[in-house]
Design a protein around this ligand. Structure first.
Ligand SMILES: [Zn+2]
Length: 281
């Protein structure tokens, strides 16, 4: 197996990584995708106790909006509630308290995620600019919220990624001897919506690292003579794209997914050792 990072964007607006995964079957690639989506834990608000809420939104809607705010996650120091020694009742090892206390006077205020004050600096909103509610004059929004670890299989708010997917690595061959004239090449480039084809020294070519671009749609290929452009896909080689919510670094998401996968294999092996195989007639 070979892993090569071909793109990594990490700033306040985006957390995206593209890697080439080589030497794995599509089943294994899909297993990683599904584990990342549904089993890598992240923090989210699970409970809100309202003291005052004079905003235009009902308590339930504010609570729903709070739950969808991505929170930075510390997997080393927090337990999943089901696995905590408190039995899921809520303790400092599995729960974090966040508070909000906004009281307006003769002004209108927008309550943002940045107004949440966490009891643990490691667990806080990924962005301070997510709108919670709009507050009118002489109104209050006061509550205590509790965040816990959870997994996407239980609720999408726990997913550490916005999206994760993969596509086959393309393998394109161009046979310039099939073109009878340069006009035919121009015709291909004219109809190429993907902007992957170029003309170089009078011949049809592909842009550098064309596989980083969009998929081949066939829009240009059908204007080329038969056999001039052949698009195939490399078996067992994928371009994996992971877009995180910011709750966990993408490298940590991948490592955790591998750890979970290995735990599953160990569990399978343990169960297999207990199986008594008898001859069934
Ligand atoms: Zn606990």
């Amino acid at each position: 197996m070979k892993i090569e990072v071909i793109e990594h964007i990490q700033n306040k607006n985006q957390d995206l990584m593209k890697v080439i995964l080589e030497g794995v079957s599509i089943e294994l690639a899909n297993a990683f995708r599904r584990i990342i989506l549904t089993e890598v834990p992240s923090m989210a608000i699970t409970e809100v106790l309202f003291v005052e809420n004079d905003s235009v939104l009902f308590d339930e809607i504010v609570a729903h909006r709070l739950a969808l705010i991505p929170l930075t996650t510390d997997l080393k120091n927090y337990n999943l509630p089901d696995e905590c020694s408190c039995g899921g009742q809520g303790c400092t090892l599995c729960q974090v308290q966040l508070e909000c206390d906004i009281r307006t006077k003769n002004n209108e205020v927008i309550a943002y995620s940045g107004d949440l004050k966490s009891m643990d600096d490691k667990i806080r909103p990924v962005s301070d600019n997510i709108i919670i509610a709009k507050m009118g004059k002489n109104s209050s929004l006061v509550f205590e919220a509790y965040a816990q670890l959870g997994i996407g299989m239980d609720h999408a708010k726990f997913q550490p990624v916005c999206s994760v997917g993969y596509k086959y690595f393309p393998d394109v061959k161009i046979d310039n001897s099939k073109f009878k004239s340069e006009e035919q090449i121009d015709e291909v480039i004219k109809h190429d919506h993907t902007k992957l084809f170029i003309k170089k020294d009078g011949k049809l070519a592909l842009i550098e690292k064309y596989w980083k671009g969009p998929d081949f749609t066939g829009s240009a290929e059908k204007y080329a003579p038969t056999g001039a452009i052949t698009v195939n896909y490399v078996p067992n080689k994928f371009i994996f794209t992971i877009e995180g919510t910011g709750s966990l670094p993408i490298k940590e998401i991948l490592s955790k997914a591998v750890e979970i996968f290995l735990e599953k294999l160990d569990e399978f092996d343990d169960q297999l050792k207990k199986v008594v195989i008898t001859q069934i007639v």
